[in-house]
Design a protein around this ligand. Structure first.
Ligand SMILES: *[C@@H]1O[C@H](CO)[C@@H](O)[C@H](O)[C@H]1NC(C)=O
Ligand SMILES: *[C@@H]1O[C@H](CO)[C@@H](O)[C@H](O)[C@H]1NC(C)=O
Length: 665
């Protein structure tokens, strides 16, 4: 018992001691949920399982394990035999500066002994093409980058030269005021982060930021110095570890300058160089070490003397480029000692500024993907790069951020309701959700999509009324709306109630002479009760009514139809779903969208306050009795219950309704 407690206590202590603030260390291919402390460097690694949904776990071959020097994170990997682009999504702090490193050790995990080559993307940006040089030596790519958003996507792209894979991903938070560039991010240039004079490479915990320091010794031209120095140094903001600073180089010949020179492949490449200096020798009274630092012949720092056991990091705020780049440290005339340098870092500017898709759109489409379990190769940034645009999307690149302007998920096996997150795709112009199993109402939020021009909801199981705002848009011609409607879900209770009411016509007796006349003349058009779903396509005319007028002349059911011309106020409430969709308004009343069975109708209710309302009401009925023209609206029925007076018209999707109603209102 005591033993167990003691061990548990110790474990907690160990974890706390090894957790590295500002580090994200991901072991790709580790078992889900696994978290451990690497025995060599003491870095806490976590499994990548929560950060990616794709890929296959691989184990490097036993011969490769020997070379990993117990670095557990190198032994497993995740490979991507499927899909063109596979992405990790890693939460970070937007606006913070990170050293981001990807690590690759092939280790003949697939037994094929074929070194792959693939592309590495950071969000929508091309980071690098990864060439695996050696099956048994791990290699890494490093950048210093400030993510704008609160996540970073690292994507591996299959370019047709073997299966992409990845071994580890590491993020290290750096100080924001270090490695400042005028433009772009920094890519470590040819592993040129050099611990000069050293024979060993170092990383954490010898370096607080876990930068990889490579040993560099230029042999005959340079002398290596090393000194034992205290662990706690007077540091610069860049904090190269004491062990890095404990070695240094000077020119082999005291009178020679110390020169660092390279020729970039591309003359337009721009570089930033960081040089770390510290005096590690105790100088005698009559000794001085002083030198000028020049860059391509231009004096950058005159008369520089490194301080004893105090780190100075020198760099320029602007980048340098050219056919050949040369940094030279030349001793001044006063100096008795040659120049000295402890460490140097060379970075190439890399443009990773191509913006990610607008975050609101990304969040919305990610939600849509998960709500409907979309089975598509939807990985990485939805819109960028254009080459890997998500299937079913179209984007506009005219804004600061790419925006989703079309979403086509037709025939994608979607089921459920139309998700509200769609309304967050605010730049949407086309939405095609046709031929799925979507049910529920056509939601009103679709009418909030200001740019929507095409909305196709056909071949779903949608029900309820179409939001009036959408109807309005389609009538105006600004929206092409296609929807199969089952507008009035006939729940048994309602249907029975309604049927009963239709058969009882107690109000007939109290109706005015005009109304009696109306019935007697029997010229009103009655809608057929439709049992099947009615197909609507806006703004194409809905012609179901023309067929109905023929049916209504059939003798055998004409009596029934006449009776149904009169509707009670309760009927009207049901037809209009409690007047919830207004489609027009005028001086004499308000027009509502309603449905009789499954057929849309326009219900105009006379406003009680309208002084001339009643006369208008009568006049309108008279007018409609006289005029029967196929381009005019037909009256279907009326309601005349005390002060509740209403007219029910056929619904004209063509635009006629609006014209006629505005004339009549
Ligand atoms: C500096 O002084 C030491 C004696 O303290 C002497 O041996 C040495 O030669 C002097 N060096 C120079 C450069 O004057
Ligand atoms: C959506 O995709 C389907 C099939 O790919 C196509 O037939 C349809 O025209 C597309 N819809 C729109 C609005 O472009």
């Amino acid at each position: 018992m005591w033993m167990v407690l003691y061990i548990a206590f110790l474990t907690v202590l160990l974890i706390q001691a090894h957790a590295q603030p500002g580090f994200i260390s991901i072991d790709c291919g580790a078992d889900p949920g696994l978290s451990y402390t690497d025995p060599v460097f003491g870095i806490n690694y976590v499994s990548d399982a929560k950060l990616i949904n794709t890929g296959v776990i691989g184990n490097i071959s036993s011969e490769a394990i020997i070379d990993t020097y117990n670095q557990r994170q190198l032994r497993r990997l995740r490979s991507f035999p499927e899909g063109k682009r596979n992405c990790y999504k890693i939460n970070v702090t937007g606006g913070s500066k990170y050293l981001i490193r990807t690590v690759f050790l092939y280790g003949n995990y697939d037994g094929r002994n074929m070194l792959p080559q693939f592309d590495l993307l950071l969000g929508p940006n091309h980071w690098d093409t990864v060439f695996i040089y050696n099956a048994f030596i791990y290699q890494s790519n490093e950048i210093i980058h400030v993510p704008l958003l609160d996540f970073v996507q690292i994507c591996l792209v299959n370019t047709g030269y073997g299966t992409p894979f990845i071994t580890a991903i590491e993020f290290r938070t750096l100080k924001n005021d270090t490695y400042v560039t005028q433009f772009g991010s920094l890519e470590l240039y040819k592993w040129m982060r050099c611990d000069l004079g050293s024979r060993k490479a170092y990383r954490y915990s010898n370096d607080v930021y876990d930068r990889f320091w490579y040993a560099l010794n230029f042999g005959e031209n340079w002398n290596s110095l090393n000194a034992s120095i205290p662990y706690s140094l007077n540091q610069s903001d860049y904090q190269p570890g004491p062990i890095i600073m404990s070695t240094a180089v000077t020119p082999a010949d005291d009178s020679d300058p110390l020169v660092i020179r390279w020729g970039p492949q591309d003359e337009s490449d721009r570089f930033y160089v960081y040089m770390h200096f510290m005096e590690i020798q105790v100088l005698a009274r009559n000794q001085t070490r002083q030198f000028n630092i020049t860059r391509n012949g231009e004096l950058m720092v005159p008369n520089f003397s490194p301080r004893y056991l105090a780190v100075d990091t020198l760099y320029t705020s602007s980048a340098i480029s050219g056919k050949e780049i040369e940094y030279s440290l030349e001793r001044t005339e006063n100096s008795t000692l040659p120049p000295i340098i402890s460490a140097i870092e060379i970075y190439r500017v890399i443009d990773l500024q191509k913006p990610e898709t607008f975050q609101g759109d990304v969040e919305a489409i990610t939600r849509i993907k998960s709500v409907y379990g979309v089975k598509r190769d939807w990985e990485g940034d939805p819109c960028s790069p254009v080459d890997y645009l998500w299937d079913g999307l179209n984007c506009t690149y005219d804004n600061e951020f790419p925006r989703i302007k079309a979403l086509n998920l037709s025939s994608s096996g979607l089921s459920g309701k139309i998700d509200p997150s769609i309304s967050n795709l605010t730049m949407l112009e086309k939405l095609d959700l046709s031929n799925n199993n979507l049910y529920g109402e056509v939601p009103d939020f679709l009418s909030h999509l200001q740019h929507l021009k095409i909305l196709n909801l056909e071949k779903n199981d949608l029900s309820g009324s179409i939001p009036s705002a959408l109807v309005e848009k389609s009538r105006k011609g600004s929206l092409s709306l296609s929807v199969d409607q089952k507008p009035y879900p006939c729940e048994s209770a309602q249907c029975n109630k309604k049927r009963k009411k239709n058969t009882v016509t107690p109000t007939v007796a109290s109706t005015s002479g005009v109304l009696f006349l109306l019935i007697a003349v029997g010229t009103l058009w009655i809608l057929k009760r439709k049992k099947s779903k009615e197909k609507f396509t806006y703004p194409v005319a809905v012609n179901h009514l023309s067929g109905i007028s023929q049916k209504s002349t059939e003798k055998d059911n004409s009596f029934q139809q006449r009776k149904s011309q009169m509707y009670s106020y309760n009927d009207v409430l049901q037809i209009t779903n409690n007047f919830n969709r207004i489609i027009g308004k005028g001086g004499f009343g308000t027009v509502y969208l309603g449905f009789i069975d499954e057929t849309p109708v326009a219900v105009k209710m006379l406003s009680p306050s309208a002084v001339h309302g009643y006369q208008q009401f009568q006049a309108e009925i008279k007018l409609l009795i006289r005029v029967h023209h196929k381009n005019l609206i037909s009256l279907i029925g009326y309601c005349n219950e005390g002060s509740n007076k209403g007219l029910i018209y056929e619904y004209m999707a063509k635009g006629n309704l609006r014209e006629h109603l505005s004339g009549l209102l």
